[in-house]
Every structure is written in structure tokens, then in C-alpha cells.
Write a protein that binds this ligand. Sequence first.
Ligand code: HEC
Ligand code: HEC
Length: 298
Amino acid sequence: MCKEKYVWLLFISLTLLTVACSDQPQSEGEMYDANQIREELSQLDHNSDIIYGKEIFDDTKSVVPDHVGNELSCLSCHGDGGLAPNSPMVGITKKFPKMRRGKLTTIEDRINGCFVRSMNGDKLEEDSREMKAMVAYFEFISKDVESKKDITWRMNNDKKKVPEPDLTNGARLFVEKNCVSCHATDGSGTSDQTGPALWGDGSFNEAAGMTKIEKATGFIQNNMPKGKEGTLTDQEAADIAAFLLSHERPSGDPEELTDYHLDPSRSYITKERREAIRNGNFDWTSLDVIVPKEKQQN
Ligand code: HEC
Ligand code: HEC
């Protein structure tokens, strides 16, 4: 009887240990099997639409150059063909269509949202072979997900609260934490695959989600420096994010800006804000997500 109890205790502790040590995104839960998906993809006919969709996703800039206005590809933010845990696409087709900012949004709309902002480019035609291929790819990698309720792995890249950033410290950390080795000293990147452009003409435009301070802070903390993910403190991630967003970037197509983007209470770091940040007179605490220095507990 007693022995049995010990065996159970041992079993439970081992299980807990395995869960605690496994490399999973913040939302603890079942992870999809990326290796299995890769294996299944490798079995497909190379001329299939699904594989074409993956090629567009992984190498957007080269495969559909007319739709890309910078030096990025989709995998520059959704690593490993959308299979990496940083912002996974597995299950995505089960989440759309859905209401987003008061509008019924299809998966095609959402893909085009990243084309016009994150890729600083132009939309794909909804019934083009390219759009159908991308959706086919997403459907394939999502096929084992029954419903959106089963998606436990969505990485939360939005920080709820961001400590008031320090720009000088951000500039120092950008070098010290070795971001420069993959993203270059001037932030222009080494390539869309090895270290994409963080600012300048080759980067995402100012309406992209990544220009929100809480998104950039969360993304950097969760995913960078690549190979040492999750090692930056909240303050360090915020400082680096502020440094990154203080530089110039494409402004994007003004027609694509909605009331949502233009609302000053949101934390998009726009041109005006960038200038103020560089001149040292931007009041970070005017943004709701920022926790002022004097309120932080050390
Ligand atoms: C500059 C970075 C960046 C690039 C490049 C990018 N995205 Fe995104 N994408 C994001 C961010 C940030 C989100 C919001 C989700 C998050 O925070 O992880 C997002 C969300 C999405 C979503 C919705 C995800 C969800 O769970 O609701 C889809 C679909 C998507 N992107 C597709 C694409 C496609 C297709 C491309 C290439 C044409 C692309 N993205 C390029 C940053 C990027
Ligand atoms: C070993 C190389 C490497 C290092 C070091 C590294 N990155 Fe990255 N970074 C990448 C790669 C590769 C991607 C593309 C997405 C992926 O594969 O996860 C990326 C994507 C990004 C993105 C989103 C894409 C874009 O163009 O904006 C940001 C932001 C980013 N890195 C910031 C940083 C910061 C800040 C640091 C330092 C704290 C850093 N990275 C260190 C390789 C690296």
C-alpha cells in the first residue's frame, strides 16, 4: 500500500517536472507536433498548391515581389513556416472568419492585413492562385486542430504593462545582447531569413502591429535574441523595443490607415512620436500601457 503511494508520488513529480522543463510558449498546454507536420509536408507533391503556399510564406519577397514593399518575408516574424512557437499559424483557419475591430474578417483579409502593413506591400487578389495557395497551406497545417478552442499554444506577444523605456540603455543593450550579429548595427538586417530588417526602408511600416510598443516588447522578450529566447527582463525588452521603434521606417499607404490606427490613445509609434523620442521629449507615460518609472517597484 505504502509502496504504491510512493510510486504514484514519483510518477506525479516526474510528470510535473517534465511539464515545467519543456520548452513551451507561455500558455501551458498541449503543443502541436511540428515534426509531424514537417514530415507530412515532405510527402506532398512539390507542385501542389499547399507547397506553393509554403514557398510564398517562407520566401515572400522572391516569390511575389510585386506584393512586397520591404525586405521581409512572412517567416521573418512567423518563424519556421509558421510552425515556430513565436507566432504560430497552426490552427489559424479555425479562427477565421471572425469579428475583428467591428468587421467580419476572413482569413484572406487577415493575410492581406499583414501584406499591406508588416510587408509594406500590396494585397493579393482574393481569388488569385497565390491567395488560394496560402490558404491551402494554412488549412493543411491546421487540419488536426478541431476548433479554435483547442489552440492552447498561441504565443502572447502583447505585454499588458510595459515599464517606461530608457532609450540610451536600449541602444547599449542592442549591441550588448548581440542583436547586431544578425540584424546588423544599422538595423537593416542580414536577410529576411537570418535576421530581418528592424527599421529603415526594408522593415515593416508604421501601421504594422509590431510598431506598438507592447507588441515589440513582448515579441522581443519571447523570441529574441534568437537562441537565447526569454532571457531579457521586462525593462531590457522595453528599452530595446523603444530603441528599435525610435528609428525611421516606411509610413505605408495612408488609405490603409483606419480609425483604429489613427487613434492617438493607441501605442503605434508613428513618425511624430519617433521624432519626439529621438529628441528626448516624448512623454511615454501618455500611453496607457506604460508604467511610469516612479511607480515601478524595484
Ligand atoms: C513584421 C512582422 C510580421 C510579418 C513580416 C508578418 N506578420 Fe503576420 N502578424 C504579425 C503580428 C505581430 C501579428 C499579431 C499576432 C501576434 O502578436 O503574434 C500577426 C498576425 C498574423 C495573422 C493572424 C494570427 C492570429 O492568430 O490571429 C495571420 C494570419 C498572419 N499574421 C499572416 C501573415 C502572413 C501571411 C504574412 C506574410 C505575407 C505575415 N503575416 C507577415 C507580424 C508579422
Ligand atoms: C542568431 C540570430 C539573431 C539574433 C542574435 C537576434 N535575432 Fe531577431 N530575428 C532573427 C531571425 C532569424 C528572425 C526571423 C524570425 C524567426 O526566425 O524567429 C528574427 C526576427 C526578429 C524580429 C521580427 C522581424 C523584424 O524584422 O522586425 C525582431 C523585432 C527582432 N528579431 C529583434 C531582435 C532583437 C531586439 C534582438 C536582440 C535582443 C535580436 N532580434 C537578436 C535572428 C536573430
